[in-house]
Design a protein around this ligand. Structure first.
Ligand SMILES: Cc1cc2nc3c(=O)[nH]c(=O)nc-3n(C[C@H](O)[C@H](O)[C@H](O)COP(=O)(O)O)c2cc1C
Length: 199
Protein backbone atom coordinates (compact mmCIF):
# COMPACT_ATOMS: atom_id res chain seq x y z
CA UNK A 1 0.00 0.00 0.00
CA UNK A 2 2.82 2.38 1.00
CA UNK A 3 4.75 1.73 -2.20
CA UNK A 4 1.56 2.21 -4.22
CA UNK A 5 1.11 5.64 -2.63
CA UNK A 6 4.73 6.55 -3.42
CA UNK A 7 4.31 5.49 -7.06
CA UNK A 8 1.04 7.45 -7.29
CA UNK A 9 2.60 10.60 -5.87
CA UNK A 10 5.63 10.35 -8.17
CA UNK A 11 3.65 9.72 -11.34
CA UNK A 12 0.50 11.77 -10.83
CA UNK A 13 0.71 14.22 -7.95
CA UNK A 14 4.32 15.47 -8.30
CA UNK A 15 4.04 16.54 -11.95
CA UNK A 16 0.89 18.51 -11.10
CA UNK A 17 2.56 20.21 -8.14
CA UNK A 18 5.65 20.95 -10.22
CA UNK A 19 3.66 22.41 -13.12
CA UNK A 20 4.19 26.15 -13.37
CA UNK A 21 4.43 29.02 -15.84
CA UNK A 22 6.87 28.41 -18.70
CA UNK A 23 9.33 31.07 -19.85
CA UNK A 24 9.81 30.54 -23.58
CA UNK A 25 13.04 31.27 -25.44
CA UNK A 26 12.95 34.45 -27.55
CA UNK A 27 11.30 33.78 -30.91
CA UNK A 28 13.47 33.56 -34.01
CA UNK A 29 12.39 36.49 -36.14
CA UNK A 30 14.50 35.75 -39.18
CA UNK A 31 15.15 32.89 -41.60
CA UNK A 32 12.86 30.07 -42.61
CA UNK A 33 11.71 29.18 -46.11
CA UNK A 34 10.85 31.92 -48.58
CA UNK A 35 7.26 33.14 -48.29
CA UNK A 36 6.18 31.82 -51.69
CA UNK A 37 7.63 28.40 -50.90
CA UNK A 38 5.59 28.27 -47.68
CA UNK A 39 2.45 29.32 -49.54
CA UNK A 40 3.07 26.60 -52.11
CA UNK A 41 3.44 24.00 -49.32
CA UNK A 42 0.67 25.14 -46.94
CA UNK A 43 -1.82 22.38 -46.33
CA UNK A 44 -3.91 20.66 -43.69
CA UNK A 45 -2.23 17.50 -42.41
CA UNK A 46 -4.05 15.37 -39.82
CA UNK A 47 -1.34 12.67 -39.75
CA UNK A 48 0.22 14.11 -36.61
CA UNK A 49 2.50 12.09 -34.31
CA UNK A 50 2.88 12.28 -30.53
CA UNK A 51 6.58 13.29 -30.80
CA UNK A 52 7.57 16.27 -28.63
CA UNK A 53 8.25 19.68 -30.13
CA UNK A 54 11.03 21.79 -28.63
CA UNK A 55 10.36 25.06 -26.81
CA UNK A 56 12.11 27.18 -29.48
CA UNK A 57 9.71 25.91 -32.14
CA UNK A 58 6.76 26.47 -29.80
CA UNK A 59 7.91 30.03 -29.16
CA UNK A 60 8.28 30.68 -32.90
CA UNK A 61 4.78 29.33 -33.60
CA UNK A 62 3.18 31.43 -30.87
CA UNK A 63 5.02 34.57 -31.96
CA UNK A 64 3.84 34.04 -35.54
CA UNK A 65 0.28 33.56 -34.27
CA UNK A 66 -0.01 36.47 -31.87
CA UNK A 67 3.36 37.86 -30.80
CA UNK A 68 4.45 41.50 -30.81
CA UNK A 69 6.63 42.53 -33.75
CA UNK A 70 6.68 46.23 -32.72
CA UNK A 71 6.32 47.87 -29.30
CA UNK A 72 2.56 47.44 -28.97
CA UNK A 73 1.46 45.82 -32.22
CA UNK A 74 1.35 42.24 -33.30
CA UNK A 75 2.39 39.89 -36.11
CA UNK A 76 -1.29 39.87 -37.16
CA UNK A 77 -3.65 42.79 -37.80
CA UNK A 78 -6.63 43.36 -35.48
CA UNK A 79 -9.66 45.57 -36.07
CA UNK A 80 -8.88 49.13 -34.89
CA UNK A 81 -5.92 47.54 -33.05
CA UNK A 82 -8.31 46.18 -30.43
CA UNK A 83 -6.18 43.03 -30.01
CA UNK A 84 -9.44 41.32 -29.25
CA UNK A 85 -8.41 37.67 -29.12
CA UNK A 86 -6.54 35.56 -26.58
CA UNK A 87 -4.44 32.53 -27.32
CA UNK A 88 -4.35 29.38 -25.17
CA UNK A 89 -2.10 26.33 -25.53
CA UNK A 90 -2.85 22.74 -24.54
CA UNK A 91 0.40 20.86 -23.89
CA UNK A 92 1.02 17.49 -22.27
CA UNK A 93 2.05 19.35 -19.10
CA UNK A 94 -1.00 21.59 -18.83
CA UNK A 95 -3.23 24.29 -20.30
CA UNK A 96 -1.65 27.74 -20.58
CA UNK A 97 -2.39 31.26 -21.80
CA UNK A 98 0.22 32.78 -24.10
CA UNK A 99 1.44 36.10 -22.70
CA UNK A 100 3.13 37.69 -25.70
CA UNK A 101 4.59 40.64 -23.76
CA UNK A 102 6.63 38.46 -21.42
CA UNK A 103 6.89 35.54 -23.87
CA UNK A 104 5.55 33.27 -21.13
CA UNK A 105 2.98 30.53 -20.91
CA UNK A 106 0.77 31.23 -17.90
CA UNK A 107 -0.50 28.04 -16.29
CA UNK A 108 -4.29 27.74 -16.16
CA UNK A 109 -4.77 24.01 -15.46
CA UNK A 110 -2.01 21.51 -14.74
CA UNK A 111 -1.89 18.06 -16.31
CA UNK A 112 -2.65 16.45 -19.64
CA UNK A 113 -6.03 17.87 -20.69
CA UNK A 114 -5.65 17.58 -24.45
CA UNK A 115 -9.02 15.77 -24.65
CA UNK A 116 -10.50 19.13 -23.69
CA UNK A 117 -9.03 20.68 -26.85
CA UNK A 118 -11.15 18.77 -29.34
CA UNK A 119 -12.83 15.50 -30.22
CA UNK A 120 -10.69 14.35 -33.15
CA UNK A 121 -8.30 11.59 -32.01
CA UNK A 122 -5.08 13.22 -33.29
CA UNK A 123 -5.77 16.18 -30.97
CA UNK A 124 -5.32 13.95 -27.91
CA UNK A 125 -1.78 12.90 -28.83
CA UNK A 126 -0.44 15.99 -30.63
CA UNK A 127 2.20 17.94 -28.66
CA UNK A 128 0.62 21.37 -29.38
CA UNK A 129 -3.03 22.38 -29.53
CA UNK A 130 -3.80 26.07 -29.84
CA UNK A 131 -7.16 27.55 -28.86
CA UNK A 132 -8.20 30.96 -30.18
CA UNK A 133 -10.58 32.81 -27.88
CA UNK A 134 -12.57 35.97 -28.68
CA UNK A 135 -12.46 38.65 -26.00
CA UNK A 136 -15.87 40.29 -26.34
CA UNK A 137 -15.04 42.80 -23.62
CA UNK A 138 -12.70 44.42 -26.17
CA UNK A 139 -14.76 44.10 -29.34
CA UNK A 140 -17.95 42.34 -30.37
CA UNK A 141 -17.98 42.60 -34.16
CA UNK A 142 -16.52 40.43 -36.90
CA UNK A 143 -13.00 41.69 -36.11
CA UNK A 144 -12.24 38.91 -33.62
CA UNK A 145 -13.00 35.96 -35.93
CA UNK A 146 -11.03 37.67 -38.71
CA UNK A 147 -8.05 38.11 -36.38
CA UNK A 148 -8.28 34.38 -35.58
CA UNK A 149 -8.12 33.64 -39.31
CA UNK A 150 -5.01 35.80 -39.69
CA UNK A 151 -3.27 34.01 -36.81
CA UNK A 152 -4.28 30.61 -38.15
CA UNK A 153 -2.72 31.33 -41.53
CA UNK A 154 0.49 32.60 -39.88
CA UNK A 155 0.77 29.30 -38.02
CA UNK A 156 0.06 27.27 -41.17
CA UNK A 157 2.90 29.10 -42.93
CA UNK A 158 5.34 28.55 -40.06
CA UNK A 159 4.42 24.86 -40.12
CA UNK A 160 5.05 24.72 -43.87
CA UNK A 161 8.41 26.41 -43.25
CA UNK A 162 9.38 23.97 -40.49
CA UNK A 163 7.90 20.83 -42.12
CA UNK A 164 5.35 20.33 -39.35
CA UNK A 165 1.84 18.95 -39.66
CA UNK A 166 -1.01 21.36 -38.87
CA UNK A 167 -4.82 21.30 -38.82
CA UNK A 168 -7.23 24.11 -38.01
CA UNK A 169 -10.40 22.92 -36.31
CA UNK A 170 -13.81 24.27 -35.45
CA UNK A 171 -14.38 20.93 -33.70
CA UNK A 172 -13.46 22.18 -30.23
CA UNK A 173 -14.83 21.31 -26.79
CA UNK A 174 -16.29 24.67 -25.79
CA UNK A 175 -17.49 23.82 -22.27
CA UNK A 176 -14.31 21.95 -21.33
CA UNK A 177 -12.23 24.80 -22.75
CA UNK A 178 -14.07 27.40 -20.67
CA UNK A 179 -13.23 25.48 -17.50
CA UNK A 180 -9.68 24.45 -18.38
CA UNK A 181 -8.67 27.90 -19.65
CA UNK A 182 -10.56 29.61 -16.79
CA UNK A 183 -12.36 31.92 -19.20
CA UNK A 184 -14.57 34.83 -18.19
CA UNK A 185 -18.18 35.27 -19.41
CA UNK A 186 -16.89 37.61 -22.11
CA UNK A 187 -14.33 35.16 -23.53
CA UNK A 188 -15.59 32.83 -26.26
CA UNK A 189 -13.60 29.78 -27.40
CA UNK A 190 -13.81 29.83 -31.19
CA UNK A 191 -11.35 27.71 -33.12
CA UNK A 192 -8.48 25.32 -32.47
CA UNK A 193 -5.29 24.44 -34.33
CA UNK A 194 -3.27 21.27 -33.83
CA UNK A 195 0.44 21.04 -34.57
CA UNK A 196 2.95 18.23 -34.42
CA UNK A 197 5.60 16.28 -36.27
CA UNK A 198 4.51 14.58 -39.49
CA UNK A 199 4.06 10.81 -39.78
C1 LIG B 1 -13.00 27.45 -40.54
C2 LIG B 1 -12.39 26.08 -40.76
C3 LIG B 1 -12.76 25.03 -39.94
C4 LIG B 1 -12.17 23.78 -40.07
N1 LIG B 1 -12.49 22.80 -39.17
C5 LIG B 1 -11.87 21.60 -39.28
C6 LIG B 1 -12.13 20.60 -38.29
O1 LIG B 1 -12.89 20.79 -37.34
N2 LIG B 1 -11.46 19.43 -38.41
C7 LIG B 1 -10.58 19.18 -39.43
O2 LIG B 1 -10.03 18.09 -39.46
N3 LIG B 1 -10.32 20.11 -40.38
C8 LIG B 1 -10.94 21.32 -40.32
N4 LIG B 1 -10.65 22.30 -41.24
C9 LIG B 1 -9.65 22.05 -42.28
C10 LIG B 1 -10.32 21.91 -43.65
O3 LIG B 1 -10.97 20.67 -43.75
C11 LIG B 1 -9.24 22.06 -44.74
O4 LIG B 1 -8.68 23.34 -44.67
C12 LIG B 1 -9.82 21.85 -46.11
O5 LIG B 1 -10.19 20.49 -46.31
C13 LIG B 1 -8.85 22.24 -47.23
O6 LIG B 1 -7.63 21.54 -47.09
P1 LIG B 1 -6.24 22.33 -47.01
O7 LIG B 1 -6.22 23.11 -45.72
O8 LIG B 1 -5.19 21.25 -47.01
O9 LIG B 1 -6.15 23.23 -48.17
C14 LIG B 1 -11.23 23.55 -41.12
C15 LIG B 1 -10.87 24.63 -41.94
C16 LIG B 1 -11.41 25.87 -41.75
C17 LIG B 1 -10.97 27.03 -42.62
Amino acid sequence: MRSLLIVLSLTIISPMLLAQDIQLPAPQRTGGKAIFDTLAERQTDREITDADIDRQTLSDILWAAYGFNRDDKRTIPTSRNKQDIDLYVFLKEGVYQYDAKTNKLILKTAGDNRKGAGSQPFVHIAPINLLYVLDKSKNDDVGGPIACGCAIQSVYLVCASKDLACTVRTTIEKEAAKTLCKLTEKQVPTVGQTIGKKK
